[in-house]
Design a protein around this ligand. Structure first.
Ligand SMILES: Nc1ncnc2c1ncn2[C@@H]1O[C@H](COP(=O)(O)OP(=O)(O)OP(=O)(O)O)[C@@H](O)[C@H]1O
Length: 292
């Protein structure tokens, strides 16, 4: 799957996914199970817009020889197309577990996840690889850049997996990196970049395929506060300008407030969902719906 592993063993994606394989092509997703089921509307949905991600009664129980731990206890959530949703909660509340299940990086113990009406929870790993490569981008706290590749090569990597010829992928990577202020750092290796620059490279890599959905797990967790704000503004702009859907996990309420909606999670359960009226788009949409 997306966890392309580089020569030195760096993974390109999230935690606890060790058995997953690297994606290898840009061919359209094949072999996806037929759409025999659809998510019923979630309770408490605030609008009638078709969700791009639907999560139903999602349960994750981790079992080891010694422990059995319920990390998610039946989560329901709809995420609208073009929406920026932050999942907030304390350490160990289940945020990353929710993101990993929503992205198909881990399998649920029970429950369902639909992305664009595709049943992610029952897709085979090979189909998930293709699906993610074509529809989804990931951004992680630890950047997960390949340390043997330059800025340009890291950003262009997903296009290489899609079989795009070198000149074309370099041109596209240069354009995305320039927009992120990295035109002067194309030949740098990751260890020659600051943390904020590395995260911008990882954002470039995540958006270069123009994914409909971005998953971000504590994207500013390793950055100082000023750099973190810049990264949050970049993410917010990607949502606004490209219409990308963003699901971001954070323990930091300051960062959560960049989102259109904040989902609070505690002990593996959603305890509150808040429209963020600091974000004009979300509130305008709310007001419109209330009037309708
Ligand atoms: N592979 C695993 N095996 C056993 N327990 C696990 C596993 N992964 C996560 N857990 C447990 O599930 C709970 C939720 O973990 P998760 O990583 O989702 O929390 P989080 O809210 O993202 O925390 P943090 O903000 O600290 O990253 C934790 O109590 C954790 O110990």
């Amino acid at each position: 799957m997306l966890e392309a592993t580089n020569k030195t063993g760096n993974r390109l994606a999230g935690r606890k996914t060790a058995g997953q394989k690297a994606g290898s092509s840009g061919a359209p997703a094949g072999g996806i199970p037929p759409e025999t089921e659809k998510a019923a509307p979630a309770a408490g949905r605030s609008d009638d817009a078709e969700p791009i991600i639907s999560i139903r009664n999602l349960v994750k129980i981790y079992k080891t020889k010694k422990v059995r731990f319920r990390a998610l206890g039946g989560v329901d959530l709809d995420i609208r197309r073009g929406e920026f949703v932050a999942v907030a909660g304390t350490s160990g509340s289940g945020k990353s577990t929710l993101l990993n299940l929503a992205a198909g990086l881990e399998k649920p113990t029970a429950g369902k996840v639909f992305i664009r009406e595709k049943p992610i929870h029952k897709m085979k790993e090979d189909d998930l690889v293709e699906f993610r490569l074509n529809h989804v981008g990931f951004i992680f706290q630890s950047f997960n850049l390949m340390d043997t590749l330059t800025t340009l090569e890291n950003a262009a990597f997903p296009l290489m997996l899609r079989g795009i010829p070198p000149l074309k992928r370099e041109k596209e990577a240069k354009a995305v990196l320039s927009a992120l202020g990295l035109a002067g750092h194309l030949a740098h290796d990751p260890d020659e970049l600051s943390g904020g620059q590395q995260q911008r490279v990882s954002i470039a890599r995540a958006i270069i395929t123009k994914p409909e959905i971005l998953f971000a797990d504590e994207p500013t967790g390793n950055l100082d506060s000023e750099t973190a704000e810049q990264i949050m503004e970049i993410l917010q702009n990607i949502v606004k300008e490209n219409g990308t859907t963003l699901l971001m996990v954070t323990h930091d309420m300051e960062k959560a407030r960049y989102a259109d909606r904040i989902v609070y999670i505690a002990d593996g359960e959603v305890v509150k969902i808040e429209e963020n009226c600091g974000q004009k788009a979300a509130c305008a949409r709310d007001r419109q719906q209330r009037r309708a």
